[in-house]
Ligand binder design. Sequence first.
Ligand SMILES: [Zn+2]
Length: 233
Amino acid sequence: MLLSDWTKSYPIIAGVIPRLPHERIAPKHEVTAAYRQELHSHGLDYKRFITGRQVHGCEAHIVTLGDVTRDLVCDGLVTRDAMLGVGIVTADCLPVLFFDGNATVVAAAHAGWRGLAGGILEATVKAMSMPHNNIHAYIGAAICQDCFEVGPEVAEAFVECDTHIKPGRGDRVHIDLYGIATQQLQSLGIQNITQSSDCTRCLHGKYWSHRHHGWQRGNQLTFIALPGGIYCE
Ligand SMILES: [Zn+2]
């Protein structure tokens, strides 16, 4: 699915491909083939996309096409290279995409609760090196507050965001990751924020959800690119 509603006024290609396989549940050649076929269905070349090896950290890297074969350990990817698309894989965590209003730079960030607490959104936005009021952000499908029940230790990571935390059973709490991400983006001066209304766990037939499927799951790929050389030949 292309996110053309979000990018309609700008020359940006962005999309989400739900329920891609992972090597946990399918042979490697089938996983590669699925990514290739799904991107090809949008006319996009699989070999021109990069996803980092995500570790729930807060490092963002600036990348070019030459980095496609590198093993990049990071949760944020930024590029000005129109020959390259950047993507994030998730299954309940927030995928967040960015571009600037002049369409010169794009970025993707993987933000679960650890990444949000550690500052992955701020790190990614800083690496874009753009006036923040010129940046557009999209928060893709992730787990909703009702579905995201966690222990009190997680709430302690968000003492400045307590309006996005509500009590659950016993000492458990429900955290609104969408709300926290929006608050963080707004505090960075980003006002152009769009978000998916889908919950990956509520809609576990449409998306992979770690809370629902456990490790017997694949991922969603959420990607963004400047238009240029990323199309299939
Ligand atoms: Zn839900």
